[in-house]
Design a binder for this molecule. Structure first.
Ligand code: NAD
Ligand code: TDX
Length: 339
C-alpha cells in the first residue's frame, strides 16, 4: 500500500525542498497543508502541482476544526510538521503568531494524530532550542538541556516538550529532529544567506549584526531533507535526532564568501546594532544520526554556497517577488536605521 504523508508547512523553504525530495525518491502520496503566510509560496512547488501524488490543502494548524474538516476524508500514515513561524527577528518584535502556530499548532497536530491513529509523527525542530554555546564548548548533543533564548526558540522548545510528554504519557509515535541552520533554494530572503546574496547582487548595504563573529553551523537544505527522510523511514520512535553537517562559520566569513562569488565590494558590509540576546554560537554533534542511520552530509559548504548563489541569480524574479511590496515595507520599517 502506498503511504499517505501529511506535510505541514510544505510551501515554505525546507518543506518545499522536502516535498521535492519525497516526490523524487519515494512513491508516497503527499498532502501539503499550509496556511500560506508571507513565507509560504506555492511557486516553489509549481513543477509538481499537476502530479496525481500531490495535493495542496490551504489550512491553518492553529484551528483544530479546520484541520479536522480538511482531513476528514483522508487517512494519514505519517505527519511531518514543518509549519512554523521561523524568523528570530520577527519573534523579537512580536511573538503572538509564534506562540499560536509553533505551540498550539503542534498540539493540534498531535491531537489529530492521536485521534486518527497516525503511525508516525515527526516534529521538525531546531538546534536553537539548546541555546547558545561558548567558543570552547562541545557541540550540542541530544541530551543537552533545553535553554532557548529568543521567543522563537522558546516556542519551538515548548513544542518539543509537548511532543515528548505525549511520547512518555501516551506512547505517542513521535520523533523529534533538531537541525542546524539551513541554506539553499527557496529560502525567504529575511534569512541571512539569501538576504546577503540579494544585497550583494543588487549593490545594497549588507547588515551585519554586532561584531559579525556569531557562529552558525550551516547545512545544505538537501542534506537536511535526506536526513529527515532517513529518520522518517528508520528512526526509532520516541527519539530525538540532531541533524548537522559539521560546518561552523562566523557570519563575517559567510558574507566574505558570498562577496567573493558575486564579485561584490566589501564596502557593502555595514555593521549594525546587534540582535537582542543574539545567540553567540550554534554547533551540532551529529554522531547519533551518523551511527544509527548512516547519515553523511554530501554537500560541502564551498560548492553548496556556489550552487545557492547561482540558484538565486537564476531565480532573481522569485527573489524580487519575495522582496516586493509588503515585505520590503516591513523590512524598511523594522530594520533600516538599525545602525
Ligand atoms: P519557513 O518560514 O520558510 O516556512 C514555514 C511554512 O509554514 C510556510 O509555508 C508557512 O506558510 C507555513 N505556516 C506558518 N504558519 C502556519 C499555520 N498556522 N498553519 C499552517 N501553515 C503555516 O520555515 P523553514 O525555514 O522552512 O522552517 C521549517 C521548519 O524547520 C520550522 O519548523 C523551523 O522551525 C524548522 N527549522 C528551520 C531551520 C532553518 O534554518 N530554516 C533550521 C532548523 C529547523
Ligand atoms: O541581516 C542579518 N544580519 C545578520 O548579521 C540577518 C537576517 C542575520 N544576521 C545574523 C544573525 C545570525 O547570527 O546571521 C545569523 C543567521 O541569522 P538568521 O538567518 O536570522 O538565522 P538564525 O537566527 O540563526 O535562525 C535560523 O536557524 C535556525 C532560522 O531562521 C531558524 O528558523 C532555525 O531554527
Amino acid at each position: 500500500m502506498v503511504k499517505n504523508l501529511l506535510v505541514t508547512g510544505g510551501a515554505g523553504f525546507i518543506g518545499s525542498n522536502f516535498i521535492h525530495y519525497i516526490m523524487d525518491n519515494t512513491d508516497y502520496n503527499i498532502f501539503n497543508l499550509d496556511k500560506l503566510t508571507y513565507a509560504g509560496n506555492l511557486e516553489n512547488l509549481r513543477d509538481i502541482e499537476e502530479s496525481g501524488r500531490y495535493t495542496f490543502i490551504k489550512t491553518d494548524i492553529t484551528d483544530m476544526s479546520k484541520i479536522e474538516d480538511a482531513l476528514s476524508e483522508l487517512d494519514m500514515d505519517i505527519i511531518i510538521n514543518f509549519a512554523a513561524e521561523s524568523h528570530v527577528d520577527r519573534s523579537i518584535l512580536n511573538a503572538d503568531d509564534f506562540i499560536e502556530t509553533n505551540i498550539t499548532g503542534t498540539y493540534n497536530l498531535i491531537k489529530y494524530a492521536e485521534a486518527n491513529n497516525v503511525k508516525r509523527y515527526m516534529q521538525v525542530s531546531t538546534d536553537e532550542v539548546y541555546g547558545s554555546l561558548e567558543p570552547d564548548e562541545p557541540p550540542f548533543t541530544e541530551i543537552n538541556p533545553l535553554d532557548p533564548t529568543s521567543p522563537y526558540a522558546a516556542s519551538k522548545a515548548s513544542a518539543d516538550l509537548i511532543v515528548m510528554s505525549y511520547i512518555k504519557t501516551h506512547k505517542f509515535p513521535g520523533i523529534i529532529t533538531r537541525c542546524s541552520n539551513n541554506y539553499g533554494p527557496y529560502q525567504f530572503p529575511e534569512k541571512f544567506i539569501p538576504l546577503v546574496i540579494y544585497k550583494a547582487v543588487n549593490g545594497e548595504k549588507i547588515p551585519l549584526y554586532g561584531d559579525g563573529l556569531n557562529v552558525r553551523d550551516w547545512i545544505h537544505v538537501k542534506d537536511h531533507c535526506r536526513a529527515l527522510a532517513m529518520v522518517m523511514e528508520n528512526g526509532r520512535e520516541g527519539e530525538v535526532y540532531n541533524i548537522g553537517a559539521e560546518n561552523e562559520k562566523p557570519n563575517i566569513e559567510v558574507i566574505e564568501t558570498i562577496l567573493d562569488i558575486t564579485g561584490a565590494s566589501g564596502n557593502l558590509i555595514e555593521y549594525v546594532r546587534d540582535r537582542k540576546a543574539h545567540d553567540r554560537r550554534y554547533a551540532i554533534d551529529n554522531t547519533k544520526i551518523r551511527e544509527e542511520l548512516g547519515f553523511e552530509p554530501r554537500m560541502d559548504f564551498a560548492s553548496g554556497i556556489e550552487d545557492t548563489v547561482k540558484w538565486y541569480r537564476d531565480n532573481s524574479s522569485w527573489l524580487e517577488r519575495c522582496m516586493d511590496g509588503s515585505y520590503r515595507k516591513y523590512y524598511e520599517n523594522n530594520y533600516s536605521g538599525r545602525s
